[in-house]
Design a protein around this ligand. Structure first.
Ligand SMILES: *Cc1c(COP(=O)(O)O)cnc(C)c1O
Length: 245
């Protein structure tokens, strides 16, 4: 099956240009800011087209989707990055299939992942997801619990803690969004001052990444601006048929 994916190449190039422009605006080196393509709800053919354009890591927010997509894409050498809320009982599949988890937000999950990773004989990169806004729907560790949590994580050899991740408040007020990103950077800087080796700040999405870059993002997670809009964000993912509206 062949797809016309010229539009994908255009989007990918455009996003890189916009990230580079945001870096210049913030007096930062564009080489410091990576782009994580977020492929949730999109199927293997489109992801394969992304691989052909040089994408190698893909962000997904459901373990089931990583399972469904990793098999037909096994030849692509993809690194799957879990960015969504993770139930403890899914730790086994994540330990088998993911190269990184950015949504580590509680001790119970760290324990479950560690146990499964030991069983698999592997280690993965993790980011601690921090709740930087007061929106009730957002997952993440409360900021005041971060220092203690990072100290506990030192005890898990299978979890290489690389940095922090957050979702900003959904707001049309840039100052409110930016405050979330700033808080994450300050938390990282404080942790570094306390001796933790944290570099990564995964923050910013299609709608707010320039603000995140201005506040120090080292990785932006981009779905819509690369792959297009997701018509059924909550109820549908490949390969289920779309629900009729
Ligand atoms: C979907 C998602 C993104 C990407 O969102 P877009 O607005 O489509 O760029 C980033 N981070 C997380 C955690 C997501 O679930």
């Amino acid at each position: 099956m062949s797809m016309d994916t010229g539009w994908l190449a255009d989007n990918w190039a455009q996003v890189r240009l916009r990230v580079d422009a945001a870096c210049r605006e913030a007096d930062r080196d564009p080489a410091e800011v990576g782009i994580l393509p977020v492929s949730k709800t999109f199927g293997p053919d489109l992801i394969r087209a992304g691989v052909a354009l040089g994408m190698r890591r893909f962000g997904e927010n459901k373990v089931q989707e990583i399972r469904d997509k990793s098999a037909p894409l096994a030849d692509c050498g993809i690194d799957w990055v879990m960015i969504g809320h993770l139930q403890t009982n899914k730790a086994r599949d994540v330990a088998r299939l993911a190269s990184e988890v950015q949504s580590l937000d509680r001790l119970e999950l760290a324990e479950a992942l560690d146990r499964r990773l030991q069983h698999e004989g592997r280690a993965i990169d993790v980011l601690v997801q921090v709740k930087t806004s007061s929106e009730p729907s957002k997952y993440g560790l409360p900021p005041e619990q971060l220092p203690g949590f990072l100290n506990v994580l030192r005890g898990y050899d299978t979890l290489r803690v690389r940095g922090l991740m957050t979702l900003a408040i959904h707001s049309s007020e840039p100052a409110e969004v930016r405050a979330c990103f700033r808080l994450l950077r300050e938390l990282r800087d404080r942790a570094v001052a306390q001796g933790h080796d944290l570099t990564e700040l995964s923050m910013g999405m299609s709608g707010d990444f320039p603000l995140a870059i201005a506040e120090g993002a080292t990785e932006v997670r981009i779905g819509t601006a690369i792959f297009g809009s997701r018509p059924y964000p909550d109820s549908h993912y490949w390969p289920e048929p779309p629900l009729k509206a």
